[in-house]
Design a protein around this ligand. Structure first.
Ligand code: BG6
Length: 676
């Protein structure tokens, strides 16, 4: 428990501590020191980074060390030694890491750059080229011993493998043979992902590593566990008494894990084409979050107690047979985006650099999983992730069971929404509890409302790269945030049949099946529709403001609309509104194009992203006057009639805007007052 408390505090308090330190002569008052014990610094050590000339070191590791140093959490008895096949001097390495163009000055995450801290850190930076061989590592050992003597690292060595996974086994073997395990002090290894590319390769790798090193010395990184919002899942679950009694199949209807990325493969086609989203995001980052959210309470907060429960949870996830895969998992790959004139704006995945033509690699996946244990039996766990989607956001939605509508007999309430607890992981960071409230007035009408906690409102913490806590806790030997071999194995066991099925069923013409900037293939929506559910899309006011109707609108109006919208999608040719039908909804077009058809079936207008339709039937309570058909694949927000009128009534400015459009489109003479 103790170590965990250290770092939870460490990343909330340091800014305050650092600013005290910056003021000469300022001391913590005694009482504060007693109540808030200062977190210890990292342990003395020589940190040896393999692959130090790569991106990870300059973008994430070095800025993380800098953050630790700024917060007074990096031991003074610490040296950093970069190594790898690249030949350069320590001076050149320092220039690279500290540089303004492509170094710390560019990648640091703090509001202000602290020159003194940076200089001090750079002075502890060294470089020595090496090959993966016993002789070369014997030389490296001498360099490490020299640095150790210089800084007083007590024989502790932390190896960081920021290299291609195929080198992990050879590195472990040669380091051991060169004698690095010997002597006083601890020796630990941090291994970057991916840990294997399938179950067999992960097992082989584990075996290779553990042939020379003990499990306690191996720290497998998953950078999602470095995120405060992910770490907080455990704190939230086990330190707040009100939720735990509800955390089971009796009260929870389903859980959704959603990792939407707006970026495409960003030039990493070579790596990504051999991976795909299942290996890249689900098998590791998303399963980690799943384990935290659904595991049993650990007997203590000792690293192994937590890791036991995480592994047990993943071991309880149903492993699908080949027949079950297509019923429970869908895949997707992005197509191109187009400019106004119809020419290609950004390429389809298959046309990205270093991607095989006709590639079957999935850039999107959605899955329905089940956890076969007493707590979760029968509760679907939905996971969805993809690249080149409409927005960047990661959230976990816990959807509770709906209360029985029967209890509202005799009232006007015809529908009840489930309560939802939403963990906003990024970029928004917070937790939101959604429930219904009575709308002030003389009758019983309900509206979705929320209680929100935002990190920015509660904590004064600096932005971190996520690697600070990894380096810090590894130096203390705290493996809570690192994956043990059994967890990695369990995660691959879940993923393996899905990979096997996809391998034996190449996508062919099925891909591309979603366009860039959309919310993925329609099959992902159907997966939940088949269960009578839908993905809960976290729509932000910013997203809504992309629609001209809401540009610059009152925040209260935006929030009411956001809470009421539900997502839908359509394929080219789908009829969204049929002339003569009763009108129940207003549609907002988020992506794609629709055409409006005259009663004779002639196209009379085309609406683009940001447009809306279906308002006229609602306004007049008459059957639909025209037909609206999707011209391309479309993503839409739907606003139900009841919510539409409620919002119009509460926000006359929206009524004005909608009726203005109706007047223009249909020469309708409704005034906003008619709608009250
Ligand atoms: C990495 C994946 O592990 O995680 C990337 O390889 C992905 O493809 C990234 O973009 C997402 O991380 P984050 O922290 O931006 O959500």
């Amino acid at each position: 428990m103790q170590l965990r408390i250290h770092y939870l505090r460490a990343f909330i308090w340091p800014p305050a501590r650092a600013s005290f330190a910056a003021m000469p002569g300022t001391q913590f008052p005694n009482s504060a020191r007693d109540v808030l014990p200062t977190p210890p610094t990292s342990e003395p050590c020589v940190l040896v980074i393999f692959g130090a000339s790569g991106d990870l070191t300059k973008r994430l590791l070095f800025p993380a060390l800098y953050n630790l140093a700024c917060d007074g959490l990096l031991s003074e008895n610490c040296a950093i030694l970069g190594t790898g096949r690249t030949r350069m001097t320590s001076e050149e390495f320092r220039n690279q890491m500290g540089g303004a163009e492509d170094g710390l000055r560019k990648f640091h995450t703090r509001k202000e750059f602290d020159e003194a801290v940076s200089d001090r850190l750079l002075s502890r930076l060294h470089y020595a080229p090496s090959e993966i061989s016993v002789e070369s590592f014997r030389e490296l050992r001498e360099t490490v011993a020299r640095l150790d003597a210089e800084v007083g690292a007590k024989g502790n060595v932390l190896f960081y493998f920021a290299v291609a996974p195929k080198l992990f086994g050879a590195l472990c073997e040669n380091l051991a043979l060169a004698g690095f395990r010997e002597g006083q002090g601890w020796k630990r290894i941090i291994v970057e992902k991916p840990f294997g590319t399938d179950l067999a390769s992960a097992r082989k790798l584990n075996e290779e590593i553990l042939r020379h090193w003990d499990e306690e010395q191996i720290f497998r990184v998953d950078h999602y566990l470095g995120k405060e919002t992910v770490q907080n899942l455990l704190a939230f679950r086990f330190t707040n008494g009100i939720f735990e009694p509800l955390w089971n199949r009796a009260n929870i209807d389903n859980i959704q894990f959603n990792v939407c990325e707006a970026v495409d493969v960003q030039g990493r086609g070579g790596y990504y084409d051999g991976s795909g989203v299942l290996r890249d995001m689900m098998q590791n980052h998303m399963f980690q979050m799943l384990a935290y959210l659904c595991m049993e309470p650990p007997g203590s907060f000792e690293p192994n107690a937590i890791r036991n429960e995480k592994a047990k949870l993943l071991q309880a996830v149903r492993v699908y047979s080949q027949d079950e895969v297509p019923q429970n998992v869908v895949r997707g790959q992005y197509g191109p985006s187009f400019k106004e004139d119809g020419s290609v704006d950004k390429p389809a995945y298959r046309d990205e650099k270093d991607v095989a033509p006709g590639s079957s690699t999935e850039t999107f996946a959605a899955a329905r999983l089940f956890i076969d244990n007493l707590r979760w039996e029968g509760v679907p766990i939905y996971l969805r992730s993809g690249k080149a989607l409409w927005k960047r956001s990661t959230e976990i939605v816990v959807e509770f069971k709906r209360p029985p509508l029967a209890s509202m007999r005799g009232s006007q309430v015809k529908e009840l929404e489930p309560n939802r607890l939403v963990f906003h992981v990024q970029p928004a960071q917070g937790i939101e509890l959604m429930f219904q409230a009575k709308i002030p007035g003389t009758t019983l009408e309900l509206q979705q409302v929320d209680m929100r906690f935002a990190y920015g409102d509660a904590f004064k913490a600096s932005r971190y790269t996520g690697y600070e806590v990894m380096l810090y806790s590894c130096s203390h030997g705290d493996a809570t945030l690192f994956s043990r071999g059994d967890l990695v194995d369990a995660a691959w066991q879940i993923a393996q049949p899905i990979m096997d099925y996809w391998k034996s069923h190449p996508a062919g013409d099925e891909f591309p099946n979603y366009s860039r900037n959309s919310w993925g293939p329609k099959a992902a929506q159907s997966l939940l529709q088949a269960d009578g559910r839908h993905w809960f899309e976290v729509i932000t006011p910013e997203v809504l403001e992309r629609c001209p109707l809401f540009k610059g609108a009152d925040p209260l109006l935006l929030r009411s609309v956001v809470m009421a919208l539900r997502p839908a999608s359509a394929e080219a040719g789908d009829v969204l509104v049929q002339a003569g039908d009763a009108a129940h909804e207003l549609f907002l077009l988020s992506q794609g194009e629709v055409e409006v058809l005259s009663p004779a079936g002639q196209p009379t207008a085309t609406l683009h992203a940001g447009g809306f339709f279906g308002e006229i039937g609602l306004l007049t309570s008459q059957p639909r006057t025209g037909t609206v058909r999707a011209k391309s694949r479309c993503n839409l927000f739907v606003l139900d009639q009841k919510d539409f009128f409620r919002i119009l009534r509460d926000h006359p400015q929206l009524a004005e805007a909608v009726t203005a459009v109706a007047r223009e489109r249909y020469a309708l003479t409704l005034s906003a007052a008619d709608l009250a």
